[in-house]
Design a protein around this ligand. Sequence first.
Ligand code: GLY
Ligand code: MN
Ligand code: MN
Length: 432
Amino acid sequence: MDKLGKQGVAIVKSAAVLIRNRDADFPFRQDSDFWYLTGFNEPEAVAVFIPEREEGEFILFCQPRDPAMERWTGRRAGVEGVVADYGADQAFVIGELDKRLPNLISGRSEIHYRLGTDEGLDQQVMSWINVLRRQVRNGIPAPTTLKMLDVILHDMRLFKAPEEVAMMRYAAQTSARAHTKAMQICRPQMNEFQIEAELVREFRVDGMVPAYNSIVGAGENGCILHYVENNCPLKAGDLLLIDAAGEHQGYASDITRTFPVSGKFSPEQRALYQVVLDAQKAAIAAVKPGNTWDDPHQAAVRALTSGLVALGLLQGSVEELMKDPPPPADGEKASEAPYRQFYMHKTGHWLGLDVHDVGEYKMNGEWRILETGMVLTVEPGLYISPADNVDPKWWNIGIRIEDDVLVTHDGCEILTSGVVKEIHDIEALMAG
Ligand code: GLY
Ligand code: MN
Ligand code: MN
């Protein structure tokens, strides 16, 4: 409300129910902006924020109570419920949105909402403005400015309040336990989907759902970054890469661990794993207030590249191998730094209500400075496939190690430290 100011108004819409096939819906997931501002988990709702409006600043449009419908589709709070239980100052049924909105925003010059993501909402906002334009002879000017609500809201979401950190810590602990379980139960000849089932079981035991589609990929599947089929048998001698985690009250965690199906790393797996682990630790050491968003990535790339050189997978000077070549001349194909053959993604992302959470990574063209209360992932990896021109002993090794870290006043806290990542700890756990 403070950031909107007296001339502003914000409009935020709930997510919609998505049909999976015919009468079956996808599980409902609330829009993260709407959830952050309201804690209200129903579809067909619109929140309106009108700072310093006398009759109430927080107005919620929602589905009406309807016993016949609720018998089929579940309970609804209704207009009384959203005032009593969700802190709305006023509530109206969603069917009255078009009738009431022009009056509600009348006299405000700036409308903040998510422009250009929901065609229906874009048209509605225009129609409300047009109603007000036709009324200017009453002496009230129509709104003049549409603004992306993201600018205000997503910067707020980037900084986690203590209550949010508590929820993220819980999601991280449960997810770490799920990964520990996966290491303990993994045996050759099991199927990837059986490991996935155990992970999801651990999430659900604590009331969570997966924060994203679980990746459970062994051997060559571990080299496919977004592998989600999870339907191949586990072979002794292969590595298993698991990127899976739960979300608690909408707050995500995001963990990757990689371990040998049979419980013991081969010499090549061990060597590459240690390179990734060292890179991850170097990156985590670079997460502290005052460093930039890009510092952990640069630390990871440097460690990975020097590790690849030491193992003979890259030849040349680390400095040169890390460097992105200049942009191509017209018509020429873009080339990239040599390390990117084996490490083709970034080292992390903001984490919060969305797994790839909102928040700017650059400010005024410069990498953002890390500040207390931000949460990010640190997830370097190496992926070597038969398409790479290297000794076949390295083929089909895909490794990623991913933790969630909270920037604290003097460094960072690893939220996902509940699952081991040192080679000897993994081997000991799997032997136990
Ligand atoms: N699991 C998604 C990611 O690691 O970014
Ligand atoms: Mn992940
Ligand atoms: Mn991630």
